[in-house]
Ligand binder design. Structure first.
Ligand SMILES: Cc1cc2nc3c(=O)[nH]c(=O)nc-3n(C[C@H](O)[C@H](O)[C@H](O)COP(=O)(O)OP(=O)(O)OC[C@H]3O[C@@H](n4cnc5c(N)ncnc54)[C@H](O)[C@@H]3O)c2cc1C
Length: 409
């Protein structure tokens, strides 16, 4: 079959991470396309990456002026964090801030549906002139010393010096580059459900984590607001049949016990997960022609919101590594530029995986020591506030981020 146009870079996957990679490449004037398996306008499941950290908004603002502020303006900030232990409040903090409209300063975070995030990223791509090839699943990737050849399911071939694999958890790029995920999977099943807010009569904006909620038979449950809706995370117990909780009948049984019954009629998405805690064994191949980013590179449990928030710097680092590689004079310099980018994000991915593992151990309460610690903290929280704070912060893992990046994007 006839060879198609040659690009410096092909981004595989038009999820949020691929969109950021495509945007950053375009901003740097590197010839590139974004290739997506699904047709344009495909439905995307669930609210997923609702929580964008300030660092992510800052990265996006630096990539395209106005993008970070647009996302902030279109999301919400909840002012109150609350933690409840077996029905008793053990921590509450009211930051008093709900303003996501400050034109001079990006907020601490913003919360909006992943679909909305993707729409804003896609619009920025359109404005910048990023080129997309839709409905073209990559099926084969050949990697040579001088570059790569990508074949799609329809048999078309595309050449590129570099490929950024942003094709998600089941990445074909990862598999074709001979890279593999390493790490465990959670034993517990988590149910994730979205409800649409009743805009006429909304609930107060606060994020609440309940340890062993009495009305859910002692299951942990978390409520997180996002623009226009709420995400409910329910941790199922060993022996629970997920279908009993995800069927419409099941939802009508348990949801009205923890939320106004009207929300049982406002469910827009429900799914169950056993989360993987995995990182690819390397984020580049032996020839340094491929870089992995986002869920192609790592999967974490969502507690701590480390998925997209680390996928964005993965994409930006991959692009800056490729930019340096394209300018390299020697093969050694070229390889070093790619390896450094891959190594830096590999370290960050492992860091994030370890942090979300810490969060999981805390909230799963899967050891007698942790259970005892949690019980003691809850009983003393009213007199020792830092114990309430420990219960509040535990389900999200350590607050500090991965080691500092070596270079700016
Ligand atoms: C319940 C849940 C809650 C979450 N909450 C948060 C949160 O609060 N904050 C946060 O930061 N993250 C969160 N995440 C994680 C976040 O959703 C992911 O990190 C994010 O979607 C990953 O984006 P991605 O672009 O890497 O992959 P994806 O979104 O999976 O996109 C991959 C794209 O590649 C395409 N593709 C696949 N195969 C091919 C192929 N062969 N050829 C071409 N294209 C292909 C797919 O069609 C898709 O469009 C959550 C995830 C879940 C499941």
């Amino acid at each position: 079959m006839e060879k198609r146009k040659k690009y410096d870079v092909i981004v595989v996957g038009a999820g949020p991470v691929g969109l950021v990679a495509g945007l950053a490449l375009k901003q740097k004037g590197i010839s590139s396309i974004v290739m997506e398996a699904e047709p344009f306008g495909r439905p995307r499941p669930g609210s997923r990456a609702i929580y964008l950290h300030n660092a992510t908004l800052t990265h996006l603002e630096e990539t395209v002026k106005g993008l970070g502020f647009t996302l902030a303006r279109n999301g919400i900030i909840w002012p109150i964090n609350r933690t409840v232990y077996k029905g008793k409040e053990v921590y509450v903090r009211n930051y008093g801030i709900t303003d996501n409209n400050d034109p001079t300063q990006l907020p601490h975070f913003t919360s909006l549906h992943q679909d909305e995030i993707e729409k804003h990223l896609y619009k920025a791509c359109m404005d910048a002139g990023v080129e997309f090839i839709w409905d073209s699943p990559a099926s084969k990737l050949e990697i040579y010393d001088q570059g790569t050849v990508l074949t799609t399911a329809s048999g078309e071939t595309w050449e590129a010096q570099y490929v950024i694999g942003c094709d998600g958890a089941r990445s074909v790029v990862r598999e074709q580059a001979g890279l593999v995920f390493e790490g465990p999977r959670t034993a517990d099943t988590f149910l994730v459900l979205d409800v649409k807010e009743d805009e006429e009569n909304p609930m107060p904006l606060e994020r609440t984590f309940h340890y062993q909620h009495p009305a859910t038979g002692g299951r942990n449950i978390m409520f997180v607001p996002f623009k226009g809706g709420w995400r409910v995370d329910l941790q199922l117990l060993e022996g629970d049949n997920p279908d009993d909780f995800t069927s419409m009948e099941g939802i009508k049984q348990w949801l009205p016990k923890v939320l106004d019954p009207k929300y049982a009629e406002r469910v827009t998405w429900v799914s169950t997960y056993r989360f993987h805690q995995v990182v690819a064994n390397s984020l580049t191949d032996e020839k340094c022609r491929v870089l992995l980013a986002g869920e192609a590179a790592h999967l974490f449990a969502p507690f701590g919101a480390r998925g997209l928030n680390s996928g964005v710097p993965d994409a930006l680092k991959a692009v800056s590594g490729i930019e340096r590689a394209l300018q390299a004079v020697t093969e050694g310099e070229r390889r070093e530029a790619i390896s450094l980018a891959a190594k830096e994000r590999y370290i960050a991915a492992n860091w994030n995986r370890d942090c979300s593992t810490t969060a999981l151990h805390h909230l799963q309460g899967d050891s007698p020591e942790m259970n005892l610690k949690r019980e003691l903290a809850a009983s003393l929280a009213s007199v020792v506030p830092r114990l309430g704070r420990w219960l509040e912060e535990g389900p999200y893992g350590p607050k500090f981020g991965p080691p500092e990046l070596t270079t700016k994007y």
